[in-house]
Ligand binder design. Structure first.
Ligand SMILES: Nc1nc2c(c(=O)[nH]1)N[C@H]1C(S)=C(S)[C@@H](COP(=O)(O)OP(=O)(O)OC[C@H]3O[C@@H](n4cnc5c(=O)[nH]c(N)nc54)[C@H](O)[C@@H]3O)O[C@H]1N2
Ligand SMILES: Nc1nc2c(c(=O)[nH]1)N[C@H]1C(S)=C(S)[C@@H](COP(=O)(O)OP(=O)(O)OC[C@H]3O[C@@H](n4cnc5c(=O)[nH]c(N)nc54)[C@H](O)[C@@H]3O)O[C@H]1N2
Ligand code: SF4
Ligand SMILES: [Mo]
Length: 712
């Protein structure tokens, strides 16, 4: 055979062994659709990723989506249950693993009571699994202690929308309306790095003449798009918005008719604003009054407007109130419920929206029902086939569960889809809590920083292998079908929950054959609730997804909400006065800098997945601290040098990164790394009193060179 012919034969073989997997990105809330093409070239596998058109991402993918498969096919994937024996993890059979759980969990229930067992979930789980986890905690384990990582993510925005509008759906409008908005406020959101495929919607708005205002203590790829950047001092957004609101109201940009017919509470706000001193606002926020007023005027005079918030304003100890103040602005100007006018809490995780609707939250039942409401309790207890009296009451929030471990009330935990040792505030305290547990079971794809403390790790399937629905940031429910077979010993999260329930004698409540069967139960459980999925079926989802609420199978779901009325009983939106607020922990004499934390484009959350993706890892191999050169000089810090960043709670060692784009009183560290680069060893345990969100976005630190060069 000639060489040329041989070459063609090989090529043919390669094409012959090509497999195409239709899937959806496992990372952020855009849930971009894609095809993963696996080609076998002689003995090697090669992967190609092709974006797929759909109404949300419109055929776009970002760098994370392009490389997501790299972690899913990584050799470090856990493929068998691992049990800790004499300090080492050893592979065991599923039978042994389940027997271990049965013995330990039953013993702990006897020794310490039912509420000694706890469950910690996550926003990467499918709707079916998030729903099942809530049912598993309450029916399978009979514990009140369940919460999830979304507490650190969406709790401020969700609580604010629930209180102001009576309903929390991340976006009140379709994404496709953004280009029609004439003024857009981006408050504490870095969409360019965190939801990159959303950007063209905003770029189109800009082309159509929209005025964009960004509020962020740093210049980012997002603020660069803005016409006006308010470089606020971290944690001072509530005051900044008070300044804008005062201008809006006093310069006559309010929509009186809207206020009268569709809202309550304006008079109290008006009186409150009269007492606001704009000079004081300027001093508190570090933003010049001219810019604050300019922002208010641009927003006030625009024919339509949208406000987007994300973790910059929400992950504060007054995050809930800050969002309320931004919603005040929408309500007094009547910029909601119309094309190009509305609110968007930019949801974070892949299923950060659905994950917060179906019962993973301490006080919640499916369909956004409340565990403390007697009618809601009866409705769900009937569906689950238990007496209402057996349904536990509300538990506590994610970080408060860590406190309960220290207090000895919680002695065992099941973690499914989270890495709390890296993502909780005051992380050293959380690490201690993990050590204190009598039993820790972690379900994960990898051995995470939290997994290291586990007594048992159970291997779960990845996004490529598992079927389920995910609700994206628009409130659009999408179906992600299993594309690739999982390896033999790996189980889906929902199967693991069913298996554990079985060995605990609860099989009759958890006998599902497929995720679709769970979804059909979820549809019933959510029926009549705020997040009503009853009208959504797998069949309907096979096209472009369906917005909730969708109460009947005949309906298509609602893209824009609040057109005629809000979801409160009287149909009105609620305006409330918001006080100026200074975080308890702010730069002080001993710790003279404000630390803020967040993300970079190439890594995802605690990095467990993206640090196992060579292409993404190569872009950022370590954490860093962004610092202004003038500040660095004061602290004798050189560029690209190892430095110690220290708060009252702990210290980390990271590399310095000089940038003039950050405020001089502020430093920034991303949170994608663990151990001695884990920035949460520095962050404060103080929580927002209403929604229990930690103040990840501001704490007081000092910084010093690791090696003091002045001594040489
Ligand atoms: N690449 C990437 N994308 C992601 C994720 C990821 O880890 N990596 N995570 C996903 C998840 S779960 C989430 S929740 C979202 C998060 O998305 P974002 O909330 O947009 O991301 P962050 O970087 O946490 O914070 C946003 C911005 O807030 C600014 N900020 C800090 N302090 C303040 C403040 O006091 N006031 C104001 N106004 N702004 C402040 C920061 O400088 C930062 O630019 O992203 C999702 N997408
Ligand atoms: N300092 C600081 N801290 C923060 C934030 C911040 O901005 N600053 N942001 C907060 C926010 S918004 C968030 S969302 C949290 C997130 O923080 P975490 O909850 O810790 O999120 P991940 O890093 O995604 O951890 C998910 C874990 O679950 C695994 N996993 C992924 N998919 C699945 C699955 O389908 N099933 C199972 N069983 N496991 C899976 C992953 O391998 C990983 O180990 O961090 C919060 N912490
Ligand atoms: S990370 Fe988000 S924007 Fe990027 S591809 Fe995945 S879903 Fe899309
Ligand atoms: Mo998040």
């Amino acid at each position: 055979m000639s060489d040329l012919l041989k070459h063609f034969r090989t090529k043919q073989q390669a094409v012959g062994s090509e497999k195409v997997y239709h899937t959806q990105c496992p990372y952020c809330s855009m849930q971009c659709k894609m095809e993963l093409i696996e080609q076998r070239v002689v003995e090697r596998k090669r992967f190609k990723v092709v974006p797929k058109n759909n109404p949300t991402s419109e055929g776009r993918l970002c760098i994370k989506g392009m490389n997501a498969h790299q972690h899913a096919v990584n050799k470090e994937r856990i493929t068998q249950p691992l049990m800790k024996k004499n300090g080492e993890f050893v592979p065991v059979s599923w039978e042994d693993a389940l027997q271990f759980i049965k013995e330990r969990f039953t013993a702990i229930q006897h020794e310490d009571g039912l509420n000694a067992l706890s469950v910690y979930g996550g926003g990467s789980l499918t709707n079916e699994e998030a729903y099942l986890l809530g049912k598993f905690a309450r029916v399978g384990l009979k514990t009140k202690y369940i919460d999830y990582n979304g507490r650190f993510c969406m709790s401020a925005a969700a609580t604010a929308a629930n209180q102001a509008f009576g309903m929390d759906r991340g976006l009140t409008n379709k994404l496709s309306e953004i280009p029609y908005s004439k003024c857009i406020i981006l408050a504490g959101t870095n969409i360019a790095e965190c939801q990159p495929t959303i950007m063209p919607y905003f770029q189109k708005a800009k082309e159509n003449g929209a005025y964009i205002i960004a509020i962020d203590p740093r210049e980012t790829a997002t603020t660069k798009m803005a016409d006006l950047h308010l470089k606020v001092r971290p944690g001072m957004d509530a005051s900044l918005i008070n300044g804008m609101l005062k201008t809006v109201v006093e310069e006559g940009y309010v929509d009186q008719a809207f206020i009268e017919t569709r809202t309550n509470g304006f008079d109290e706000l008006k009186t409150h604003l009269e007492a606001i001193d704009l000079k004081e606002i300027e001093a508190l926020t570090g933003v010049s009054l001219t810019l604050i007023q300019k922002a208010a005027q641009e927003y006030g005079k625009a024919g339509s407007g949208m406000i987007f918030t994300a973790r910059g304003v929400e992950q504060q100890t007054d995050g809930y109130m800050t969002v309320r103040n931004l919603l005040n602005m929408l309500l007094v100007t009547g910029k909601i419920g119309k094309i190009g006018s509305g609110y968007g809490a930019i949801t974070g995780q892949g299923n950060g929206q659905g994950g917060r609707e179906h019962g993973q939250k301490a006080d919640q039942l499916p369909g956004y029902r409340s565990i403390e409401n007697i009618e809601h309790r009866h409705y769900i207890a009937d569906i689950w086939g238990i007496p209402e009296s057996e349904l536990p009451r509300k538990g506590v929030s994610a970080y408060e569960m860590m406190e309960k471990i220290h207090e000895g009330e919680i002695t065992a935990m099941l973690v499914l889809g989270s890495n709390p040792v890296v993502s909780n505030p005051n992380a050293l305290f959380v690490e201690e809590a993990m050590k204190k547990l009598k039993c820790l079971v972690v379900v994960d794809l990898f051995l995470s920083e939290t997994g290291k403390y586990a007594d048992l790790i159970l291997p779960t399937s990845s996004y490529l292998e598992n079927t389920g629905t995910m609700t994206n940031l628009e409130g659009r429910v999408t179906l992600r079908e299993a594309a690739k077979p999982r390896s033999n010993e790996v189980k889906h999260d929902w199967e693991i929950l069913c298996e554990i329930a079985r060995v605990l004698g609860k099989e009759k409540y958890f006998s599902y054959e497929s995720s679709e069967e769970i979804f059909n139960e979820l549809r019933l459980a959510s029926r009549g609730g705020i997040a009503d999925y009853y009208g959504i079926t797998y069949e309907k989802l096979r096209n472009n997804g369906v917005y909730w609420p969708c109460p009947s199978v005949e309906e298509e779901g609602k893209g824009r909400i609040f057109e005629e009325s809000f979801a409160h009983k009287d149909g009105k939106g609620v305006i409330i006065p918001v006080e100026n607020y200074v975080p308890k922990e702010h730069a002080n004499e001993e710790y003279p800098l404000n630390l803020t934390t967040g993300r970079v484009m190439s890594h995802y959350l605690t990095g467990v997945q993206t640090r196992r993706s060579p292409t993404l890892e190569a872009r950022n191999i370590e954490a860093f601290v962004e610092i202004h050169p003038n500040t660095a000089k004061k602290f004798k810090v050189k560029d690209k040098a190892l430095v110690k960043v220290e708060s009252i709670r702990g210290s980390i060692v990271v590399r310095s990164k000089f940038t003039e784009s950050i405020r001089e009183d502020t430093v920034f560290v991303p949170f994608h790394w663990g151990d001695n680069q884990c920035v949460n060893r520095l962050t404060s345990e103080e929580l927002d009193p209403t929604c229990k969100m930690p103040g990840f976005k501001v704490c007081a630190v000092t910084i010093s060179p690791l090696v003091d060069l002045t001594l040489n």
